[in-house]
Ligand binder design. Structure first.
Ligand SMILES: O=C(O)c1ccccc1NCC(=O)[C@H](O)[C@H](O)COP(=O)(O)O
Length: 214
C-alpha cells in the first residue's frame, strides 16, 4: 500500500513551511489570488520554495489566471505543479500544460455526482484532479473556505487520473474521509489555521499525524 500524500495549502511563512515539511507533507500549496487572505506574490513563492527539499512538491494555486500571471509564476522555477482552481475548461487546462510545460492540477468543484462524472473530461488534459467542495455562487473565494461535500459520492468512483480529496478536511475527520473515499492524496487549508490565512503549526503537525494513521 502506498503512503497517503498530504498537501498543506495556503502557506505564506517560513515557519509554517518548515513545520509542514517536518510533519511529512508531500506537497505544499501557495495561493496566488489577490482576494485571498493567503495570497503570496511570485517572489514570495520563490523564497518560500527555496526552503523546501526537492522531494516535496510545490504547487501554485490560481483561479482563471491570465497567461502573464502563469508566466510570472513559472519563471520562478520554484514550482512542481500549477493548480487551476477556477472555471478553467479542459481545453484551457490542456493549453496551459502545453504552453508552459508544467504539470497541471485541476480543482473540480463538487456538489453532486454529476460534478464527479464531469471531471472525466479533464482526464488526459491534466496531471491530477483535486475534488473540492463547490463554494456558493458569489462567494469571495473559490476554495479555502472549509466547506465539504458528500464524500460518499466518491465511493467506488473510477477516476481516470491521479486524484486527491479537498474541502473541509480537519484533524478530526481526515481518517473518516480517507476510509470512505480511498483518496490517495488529501489537501487542507483552513482546517490547519487559527484565523483566515494564519496557519497553525500545531494543527499542521496534528493533521499530518492523523492523515498518516488513516
Ligand atoms: O485558499 C484560498 O484562499 C484559495 C483562493 C483561491 C483559490 C483557491 C484557494 N484554495 C484552494 C485550496 O487548494 C484549498 O486547500 C482547498 O480549497 C481546501 O480548503 P479548505 O476547505 O479550507 O481545507
Amino acid at each position: 500500500m502506498s503512503r497517503l500524500a498530504i498537501k498543506i495549502c495556503g502557506l505564506s511563512t517560513p515557519d509554517t513551511v518548515g513545520a509542514a515539511v517536518r510533519a511529512g507533507a508531500s506537497h505544499l500549496g501557495f495561493v496566488h489570488f489577490p482576494k485571498s487572505p493567503r495570497h503570496v506574490e511570485a517572489e514570495q513563492i520563490r523564497a518560500l520554495a527555496a526552503l523546501v527539499p526537492p522531494h516535496v512538491g510545490r504547487v501554485a494555486v490560481v483561479a482563471d489566471p491570465a497567461d502573464e500571471t502563469i508566466a510570472a509564476l513559472v519563471a520562478t522555477n520554484a514550482l512542481t505543479a500549477l493548480q487551476l482552481h477556477g472555471k478553467e475548461t479542459p481545453e484551457r487546462a490542456a493549453a496551459v500544460r502545453a504552453r508552459f510545460g508544467i504539470p497541471v492540477w485541476k480543482a473540480i468543484s463538487v456538489k453532486t455526482g454529476a460534478d464527479i462524472d464531469a471531471a472525466e473530461a479533464y482526464a488526459g488534459a491534466v496531471d491530477l484532479l483535486l475534488f473540492d467542495a463547490k463554494t456558493p455562487e458569489g462567494a469571495a473565494l473559490p476554495g479555502g473556505m472549509g466547506l465539504r461535500f458528500d464524500w460518499t459520492l466518491l465511493r467506488g468512483a473510477s477516476i481516470g487520473a491521479p486524484w486527491g480529496l479537498s474541502g473541509g478536511l480537519s484533524i478530526g475527520n481526515v481518517a473518516q474521509a480517507v476510509a470512505i473515499t480511498r483518496a490517495p492524496l488529501v489537501d487542507i487549508s483552513s482546517g490547519v489555521e487559527s484565523a483566515p490565512g494564519i496557519k497553525d503549526v500545531d494543527k499542521i503537525v496534528a493533521f499530518c499525524k492523523a492523515a498518516e494513521l488513516s
